[in-house]
Design a protein around this ligand. Sequence first.
Ligand code: HEC
Ligand code: HEC
Length: 277
Amino acid sequence: MTFLKTMGFSIVAMFLFAAFSNILPQVQSDAPVEEEIPTDGFDMAGMIAYGERLFTGKGTCTLCHNDLGRAPDLLVMNLSTAFNDRLADPRNEGVSAGGEGASDVEAYLRESLVDPSAYVVEGFGKKGSNDTISPMPAVDAPPIELNEVELNAVIAFLQDGAGWDPTVPLPSAEEAVIEEEPEEVESAEPETDPLVVLDNVYCAGCHDLEGSEADVGPNLDDIGTRMTQGEIIEAILYPNAIIADGYEADYMPEDFGEQMHTVELMVLVDYLINLSN
Ligand code: HEC
Ligand code: HEC
């Protein structure tokens, strides 16, 4: 009986999702490939371009830095005004406090990436922390885990966006082997390993999954005891329909339905439900 019930749920949910996922493009990416960049070809322009790809790709920065309003919209705002203001802000007790110019901005950005709570942009701190604790995870630690070259590339991208010549060092010959995000390809083959799906859609950046300890959203370990399969699917496809108690709306991206194949959504939901068993 329970089995039949679950089957029934799955099928209804599959149809619901398939009904509109079919009109959306099925975007899927292949596993990252190592790509060797010759050092003489990896100049500052290459570094900036690499930083931009990391910002929207592996760095998962756009999960939060977007127009939902929960983090500064770094791709849209005037970066030079903003970064100058941060350096001059009396609340800033970080390494860049009181400094000015490109290299102090580099220091500010590096600290923002590896120690986000050192200085929290006003109004963006964790609920109840009075802007002393940042919701942003340190991006040099798991799960995002950018390495030194990647951090430098992202900083170069943001310095360039603010109109400064980047001051970061260029990678040495050995460091120039970088992990390239693959181009997104239209694919008919959905991923059936839930851990690979998780890696692609990056739930662990905000939820404590696979030991990420992220706490922007609720812990999902016991989600199977709190929500039905249908409710979990709804929470993923329409995050703002119901807001979990104690958490904020407009954080969780609303486009996971476009990023996942129906089959991927289902294996992911099954995986989450089974976490509590
Ligand atoms: C889980 C959400 C989240 C993710 C992922 C995230 N950030 Fe942030 N970030 C924030 C929030 C919220 C703030 C504002 C609070 C603060 O100052 O820490 C912030 C602040 C910043 C700032 C300071 C902005 C300013 O206006 O001075 C920089 C720079 C930054 N993030 C860069 C990045 C980069 C680069 C990545 C990806 C490698 C990233 N962030 C990933 C949420 C996030
Ligand atoms: C940028 C941060 C972010 C990302 C990425 C993210 N979430 Fe969320 N999620 C949240 C926040 C914040 C909430 C609480 C507010 C709400 O209910 O919308 C939430 C709520 C949820 C809930 C409801 C939990 C409850 O207790 O009511 C589920 C289920 C969920 N997320 C699953 C996922 C899955 C699966 C992924 C990956 C496909 C994901 N989330 C990616 C931030 C995020």
